[in-house]
Design a protein around this ligand. Structure first.
Ligand SMILES: [Zn+2]
Ligand SMILES: [Zn+2]
Length: 122
């Protein structure tokens, strides 16, 4: 009586990057949504409210509902793999590609001056 109830399913392709190692990832998401589009002439108690979707010249604008449904379905922190080890904190290498790589122990900044002397000798 008040408008048109729209129910639908949408599929979208996702592209992004792993939250830990920045590797590009793609995925698909499927969402369902339902929205009442109120006739333009129908008055509602919250008339000034923008949350009310309205028909515009007998057409429905699906974009806002579609966007909201898809955004809610997105993973908060997308990962390339469930147990992605991320990046090396020293050099930024991707640990999944190079799990065994190591670095020499960082030089204590208080002794850094001595390293310069040693290199001079060489
Ligand atoms: Zn990753
Ligand atoms: Zn490293």
């Amino acid at each position: 009586m008040e408008g048109v109830l729209v129910t639908g399913t949408a599929r979208a392709g996702l592209e992004g990057e792993c939250a830990r190692c920045l590797e590009p990832i793609t995925d698909d998401v499927e969402v369902t949504f339902q929205e009442l589009y109120v006739y333009p002439e129908h008055q509602t108690p919250h008339d000034e409210d923008d949350d009310v979707s309205r028909l515009q010249d007998d057409l429905v604008d699906l974009e806002p509902q579609l966007r909201d449904a898809v955004v809610l379905a997105l993973p908060f922190q997308p990962l390339c793999e469930e147990d992605c080890p991320g990046l090396c904190t020293e050099c930024g290498a991707r640990l999944a590609d190079d799990p065994d790589h190591t670095h020499e122990a960082p030089i204590d900044p208080r002794w850094a001056g001595l390293t310069a002397l040693k290199n001079d000798d060489e």
